[in-house]
Design a protein around this ligand. Structure first.
Ligand SMILES: NC(=O)c1ccc[n+]([C@@H]2O[C@H](COP(=O)([O-])OP(=O)(O)OC[C@H]3O[C@@H](n4cnc5c(N)ncnc54)[C@H](OP(=O)(O)O)[C@@H]3O)[C@@H](O)[C@H]2O)c1
Length: 267
C-alpha cells in the first residue's frame, strides 16, 4: 500500500490519512460516544501543525461543521499551498439541526461563502453533502450542474458527492471525480460503490473509518484492524479521520504509515 495516493484521475496526490474537521467546529448534534468541547485556537493550530509535519496534506470540512471552515481559514493563512482542501455544499447546520438545499442558487452561494471563509480563491474538492436521498439529488441535477460550472471556471479542481446509498454512490461515480463513502468493519453496505469507483478510476475518500468512535469489539487492536480494512481496498484514496486528540492523530498517522509499508494493497 502507498502512503501517498492518487485521488482518482484528478492529478492530486493525497495522504492516506486525511484530517476530518467536524470536531474542530461543532460539539453538539453529533453522534460520538464521548462528549467533548471544540479545541481552542492554540489546540487547533497544534493539531494542524502536527498533521502537516507528519505528512498529512488533506483537510475535509463543510459548512455543516459549525465554525470549522472559518477557523480553518484563520489557521491556514500563509499555508494554503500546503493543503488539499475539501469542502461541501447542500447541508446547513443552524446550531440545533441540519437543513438541506441542493438548488443551483444555494450551491453557488454556499461555494462562494466557503471560499470567503477559507480565505482562498479555489477549492481542491467540493462534494455535495447528501441528506440520504442521493438519487433525488442526482435526478434534480442542479447542484451537480452548478459544481460542474464552478469547475469549468477554475473555482474548484474536482467535484463529487458524499453519498449514503449504493444506488446514489454508483450513479454519482459515473458523473463525478470523487466520491466520499462510509466503509468500516461494521458497515460494508457501500462496498459496491468502492468497487465501482475502482473500476472507473474515481477517487474515494472514506468517512467514519473508526465508526465515529464506536470501534468494533472482538479485535485485539480495533484501530489497526479498521484502518487496514479501509486502506487496503484498492479504491481507497484516503481515510478521513476525525480526531482532536494530538496523540491519537500521531498514532493514527504512524499506524497508517506502518500498514502502508507492510501490506500490498488488494491482497
Ligand atoms: N460527508 C459526510 O456526510 C460525513 C459524515 C461524517 C464524517 N465525515 C468526515 O469524516 C471525518 C471522520 O468521520 P467521523 O469523525 O464521524 O468518524 P471517525 O473518524 O470514524 O471517528 C472519529 C472518532 O474516533 C476517535 N478516534 C480517532 N482516533 C482515535 C484513536 N487513535 N484512538 C481512540 N479514538 C480515536 C475520535 O475521538 P478523539 O477526538 O478523542 O480522538 C472520534 O471520536 C469527519 O471529521 C468529517 O470530515 C463526513
Amino acid at each position: 500500500m502507498e502512503w501517498r495516493r492518487q485521488l482518482g484521475q484528478t492529478g492530486m496526490e493525497i495522504s492516506a490519512i486525511g484530517f476530518g474537521s467536524v470536531k474542530l467546529g461543532r460539539d453538539h448534534g453529533v453522534k460520538y460516544p464521548e462528549p467533548f468541547t471544540v479545541p481552542n485556537t492554540a489546540e487547533a493550530r497544534t493539531l494542524l501543525t502536527k498533521a502537516h509535519d507528519l505528512g498529512v496534506n488533506l483537510i475535509d470540512t463543510a459548512p455543516a461543521y459549525g465554525g470549522s471552515e472559518e477557523r480553518l481559514g484563520n489557521l491556514l493563512q500563509g499555508q494554503r499551498q500546503n493543503w488539499i482542501l475539501c469542502s461541501k455544499v447542500g447541508e446547513e447546520f443552524d446550531g440545533r439541526e441540519s437543513h438541506f438545499d441542493f438548488s443551483g442558487k444555494h450551491t453557488r452561494a454556499s461555494l462562494e461563502r466557503s471560499l470567503r471563509r477559507l480565505r482562498t480563491d479555489y477549492l481542491d474538492v467540493v462534494l455535495i453533502h447528501s441528506d440520504g436521498n442521493d438519487d433525488g439529488i442526482l435526478d434534480d441535477g442542479e447542484a451537480l450542474q452548478e459544481l460542474q460550472r464552478a469547475r469549468d471556471e477554475g473555482l474548484v479542481r474536482a467535484i463529487g458527492m458524499s453519498t449514503k446509498t449504493v444506488s446514489g454512490g454508483t450513479r454519482a461515480a459515473e458523473l463525478c471525480d470523487v466520491i466520499m463513502a462510509t466503509y468500516n468493519p461494521a458497515y460494508t453496505d457501500e462496498l459496491p460503490v468502492l468497487d465501482c469507483c475502482s473500476n472507473l478510476g474515481v477517487g474515494v475518500m472514506l468517512k467514519k473509518v473508526f465508526a465515529s468512535g464506536h470501534l468494533p469489539a472482538g479485535h485485539a487492536d480495533p484501530l489497526a484492524y479498521s484502518l487496514n480494512f479501509a486502506l487496503s481496498h484498492p479504491a481507497t484514496s484516503t481515510a478521513i479521520i476525525g480526531t482532536i486528540n494530538p496523540d491519537h492523530l500521531s498514532a493514527n498517522i504512524q499506524l497508517a504509515k506502518t500498514l502502508c509499508a507492510e501490506e500490498p494493497r488488494g491482497s
